[in-house]
Design a protein around this ligand. Sequence first.
Ligand code: KG4
Ligand code: ZN
Length: 334
Amino acid sequence: MSITILAIESSCDETSAAVCVDGKILSNFIATQAVHEQYGGVVPELASRAHMQHIVPVVDRALKEAGRRLSDLDAIAFTQAPGLIGSLLVGAQFAKSLSLALNKPLIAVHHMQAHVLANLIEDPKPGFPFLCLTVSGGHTQIVRCESPHQMSIIGETIDDAAGEAFDKSAKLLGLPYPGGPLIDKYAKTGDPNRFKFPEPQIPALNFSFSGLKTAILYFLQENTKTNPSFVEENLADICASIQHRIISILMNKVKKAAAETGIKDVCIAGGVSANSGLRAALKETGDKLKWNTFIPAFQYCTDNAGMIAITAYYKFLAGESVALNTSPSAKAEW
Ligand code: KG4
Ligand code: ZN
């Protein structure tokens, strides 16, 4: 008997649905909300409204691409936490309605755990235990993953997330939101060693990015005082230097985590794992230190329902479902 799961992700500004059959993702459709661009960040109320507009066509499309019908489903999964509460509510209510109408189990998934388990979607997969650096717009964590059901945070940011560091730096440079992918793009032709930004000394396996943001602000104020076109003239080198520092902050802690735990299977996940410099740095460090390194395919790095579906598949196998009165939560508690 095969197991077919429909998963819905609506925690932030992407409405996504995926169909998973026996642990294989058959479709992973993602509708991005362009409405936020003009505001330089996600506007929660607009995100909720856009989810309501997108959810029916997105689910329909995911089912069609997978060649499955509602009557084929064995369970419905949704992102329960963390995220924007209004956005989460849309996906949760939709999933509950389907679960009730089809009389199929409802599976609640933690968004950050799903980012980690995105590494189990495609082959080759990491062995357990593995380490995962989860870097997104809202979170920066090093997770020790013992099994699909057991993982713990062994390091995390004490202020901004890595994605925020990219986005806030980009904003200071006058680039539109989200700036992370643009910094990545301009960094490709720049010199990463041209400008030196500080690396904070934070204890244990934790991260901090707020000092970097302030350093960049003062650096730009200082340089544009004497040359108003400083940013335009040096954009590639500035982007490359900022990216270089964010990556070194991340990789130094991952190296420390691997040394302390003795774990050699190392993954990255989350939106920032789409960054080409970070991907290259993980590969290079892994080759040097003899790690097995894993990075999900691009479509499973940024917010997507495929990762919710794979997490739900393991929960289904373990018989984990939730009652219809389960509420979504904005908080990230594990
Ligand atoms: O995981 P994600 O899609 O959403 C959250 O759960 O936050 O991550 C979004 C973050 C944004 O900060 C975005 O700028 C960043 O991922 N991002 C990148 C790149 N692609 C996405 N940052 C740097 N380089 C990229 N190529
Ligand atoms: Zn995310």
